[in-house]
Every structure is written in C-alpha cells, then in structure tokens.
Design a binder for this molecule. Structure first.
Ligand code: ZN
Length: 200
C-alpha cells in the first residue's frame, strides 16, 4: 500500500466536513430526475463539461444538471451502464464525447510500457492468471484488450458505430451522437450527428 493513502482519505473526509458545514441541505439534489440525454466521456479532468452546458453544482450544493455522465478511459462506454441506462434510466440520446490529447492515444503508442510495468509490479502468479485470461501481453493483444486508439476523431466515429450496432441497442428508440472536445480551445466539434445517420 502506498503511504499517502491515509493522508488522502483524511483530506477527503475533512473537505467533506467543510462542505457540509457551508452547504444548504434543502438545496441538495435528492430527488431522482429522469433525463433522456447521457454523455459518455473520458476520465480526463481537462474536459470541462460546463463548456457544453452541463453545469456543476452550486457552492451551496444545489444541483445544476440532470445529465448522466459515464466516464471511462477514452470515453468508451461499457455495457453495464448502457444497458441499465437504456432500459431503466430512460436514455434516449447518447453523446460520445472524446477529446484531443487523450491518454488512450498515449497508451496506444506505449502499450509496451504498460506491459513492462505490469510484469514488474505483478507477481508471477498474477501474471500467469492474466496470461490464461488474456493470452500473451503482445502490443497487438494489449491494444485490442485496452481498446486504445491513435486518432480520437476516428475513435468517436468507431464508438458511435459500435454502440449503434450493439445487439441490444434499441434502434427505434435511441440515438447516438459523436463529439470531439478540443482541450486547447474548449471547442466542441461535431463528428457524428445521430439524427442524420442512416440506419440499416
Ligand atoms: Zn482521454
């Protein structure tokens, strides 16, 4: 375990207490609100969702957005969120928002570093278990498993196409769009307009 762990938790709990001392409990967004739009985006903290109108919380704790935000490395959706979102939470429009300078592109060019670090930091027993599950940790295999990509604009197109073609995607009830966020300018570029996509 790393030794900063205790400090991190102490800091989080202290900040939470400070927040609760200043917030207004009546303003907290307690009620679950249906919202048909969901955003799938990267974990990268440089993506400012306020740049596309998804506002954060007010200082007193009031909620300013009902949009569901699914964050994963690279902004590639995982099945659990899509299925629960589409068939319980009521997603009608899914917006894939990837971005420039993504860590997934860095990972694409550095899969060998990832494999080397895994071999260094994991036990022989863990590595053997991984090989049984994943095969060898070759560059090709790693890129495929981690779904890394070179060009984020192409990755947006591919991901929108992939979601729309999933066997459980409700073609008549939901739409997928694709956007690219430029971290250098906060511009949101339209890559795929789901309303224009011809469905086969
Ligand atoms: Zn990213």
């Amino acid at each position: 375990m790393n030794e900063e762990g205790g400090q991190t938790l102490t800091r989080i709990l202290k900040l939470n207490q400070q927040f609760r001392d200043r917030m207004a409990v009546d303003d907290l967004p307690v009620k679950r609100v249906a919202e048909k739009v969901a955003i799938v985006t990267c974990i990268d903290p440089r993506i400012n969702l306020e740049a596309l109108g998804i506002l954060g919380f007010s200082p007193n704790g009031a909620g300013n957005s009902n949009v569901r935000v699914i964050r994963t490395i690279g902004g590639i959706a995982e099945e659990r969120s899509l299925i629960i979102g589409l068939f319980l939470a009521g997603f009608k429009e899914i917006v894939v928002l990837m971005h420039t300078d993504c860590g997934c592109s860095l990972a694409h060019s550095k899969v060998d570093t990832i494999a080397t670090n895994m071999k260094r930091m994991l036990s022989d027993q863990q590595l053997e278990a991984l090989r049984l599950q994943w095969g060898d940790l070759s560059d090709t295999q790693m890129r495929s498993l981690l779904r890394t990509f070179e060009d984020p604009r192409e990755a947006v197109k591919k991901e929108v196409q992939r979601i729309g073609a999933l066997p459980y995607f409700p073609q008549d009830d939901a739409t997928v769009h694709g956007l690219l966020y430029h971290v250098e300018t906060a511009q949101v570029e339209l890559v795929v307009d789901g309303y224009q996509t011809v469905r086969s």
